[in-house]
Design a protein around this ligand. Structure first.
Ligand code: NAD
Ligand code: LMR
Length: 334
């Protein structure tokens, strides 16, 4: 017997990431190849016509798993009955704008969407915030949707995680699927700390896992250019495309939700921005990216990893930036 369709909300659906992610969801990349879906697409009034175009294309593509599309500019209608919410819509930084101006616009968007989700989403709805500043938008969403369990609200750092896997695979000439257990700590920003101290690569000769530090054999690169490349990758994509990353962001958001709902493979963790419980000395109450394993729709922070002085300093620096962003966001609420 076929499964009941799951309603998946994509906000900012007429934008770049929206355009990349909706066919992935409709093809089963996010929820599995046997899971029918109904897509809820939200955008704002100026993008209503473009949104209609996306809806037309979804019909034209005749996706077997796609059982319906709700395309709307009404946030309440968009949130009704959704089990998964991918929050891509937001206000981008424009020329001449101060950080505070962008923050203030996004705080009011995420405050309003939090209450629409809280009142209208299906019970147990899982939320991933993609729109920047992703960690702080997710924190605001959490604060203004108190009836949604905090564990159900996350932000996307899986793109950074995947970027780190890609850089290591390239460097040691391995398949990316053989690299695992990198960590992105902290903010989805240039202060994030991509950590390879616990990462391994499955070697082709005997299939054993070898430590990345041992295989790369170049701590100067790992502690320098590797970190900078991952931290700056978003900016490098913007420079090359004149647009920010979209297909990799969409694909990583699918990875994030798929692993969260369907589980991480045994012995493997992924990075997710989650509400800090104080693990690893990260201040509680920040939306901070940690290594997590997922099982049965629940994530848990991987505990007991050794943190050296180099890592400690970088983990604290990104936590400091998040505390400052949080203070700025709260000042916009006054
Ligand atoms: N976390 C990550 O890894 C990551 C990666 C790439 C991009 N991003 C961020 O994702 C966001 C979207 O990127 P994009 O390239 O798709 O941008 P985009 O400008 O192409 O699309 C954004 C869409 O959001 C819509 N929108 C604006 N306000 C809205 C609201 N209140 N409700 C619903 N929709 C609204 C816009 O009309 C637009 O269609 C940006 O903030 C970008 O910085 C995050
Ligand atoms: O949109 C951006 O500023 C960059 C984006 O967050 C990315 O990491 O690609």
């Amino acid at each position: 017997m076929s499964k009941d369709p799951v309603r998946v909300l994509v906000t900012g659906a007429a934008g770049q990431i929206g355009y990349a992610i909706v066919p992935m969801v409709a093809r089963g990349v996010m929820l599995g190849p046997d899971q029918p879906v109904i897509l809820h697409l939200l955008d704002i009034e100026p993008a209503a016509e473009a949104l209609k175009g996306v809806q037309m294309e979804l019909l034209d593509a005749a996706f077997p798993l796609l059982k319906g599309v709700v395309a709307t500019t009404d946030v309440v209608e968009a949130c009704k009955g959704v089990k998964v919410a991918v929050m891509v819509g937001g206000f981008p930084r424009k020329e001449g704008m101060e950080r505070k101006d962008v923050m203030s616009k996004n705080v009011s968007i995420y405050k309003a969407q939090a209450s629409a989700l809280e009142k209208n989403a299906a019970q147990g709805c899982k939320v991933v915030v993609v729109a920047n500043p992703a960690n702080t938008n997710a924190l605001i969403l959490k604060e203004f949707a108190p009836s949604i369990p905090p564990d159900n609200i996350t932000c996307l750092t899986r793109l950074d995680h995947n970027r780190a896997l890609g850089q290591i695979a390239w460097r040691v000439k391995a398949q990316v699927s053989d690299v695992k257990n990198v960590i992105i700590w902290g903010n989805h920003s240039s202060t994030q700390y991509p950590d390879v101290n616990h990462a391994t690569v499955r070697t082709s000769c005997n299939g054993e896992d070898k430590s990345v530090r041992e295989l790369v054999g170049d701590d100067q690169w790992l502690n320098g250019d590797f970190i900078a490349t991952v931290q700056q990758r978003g900016a490098a994509i913007i420079k090359a495309r004149k647009l920010s990353s979209a297909l990799s962001a969409a694909s990583s958001a699918c990875d994030h939700i798929r692993d969260w709902l369907l589980g991480t493979p045994k012995g493997t963790w992924v990075s997710m921005g989650v509400y800090s419980d104080g693990s690893y000395g990260v201040p509680a109450g920040l939306m901070y990216s940690f290594p997590v394993t997922c099982d049965n729709g629940n994530w848990s922070i991987v505990q007991g990893l050794r943190i050296d002085d180099f890592s400690r300093e970088k983990m604290d620096a990104t936590a400091k930036e998040l505390s400052e962003e949080k203070a700025l966001a709260y000042s916009c609420l006054d």
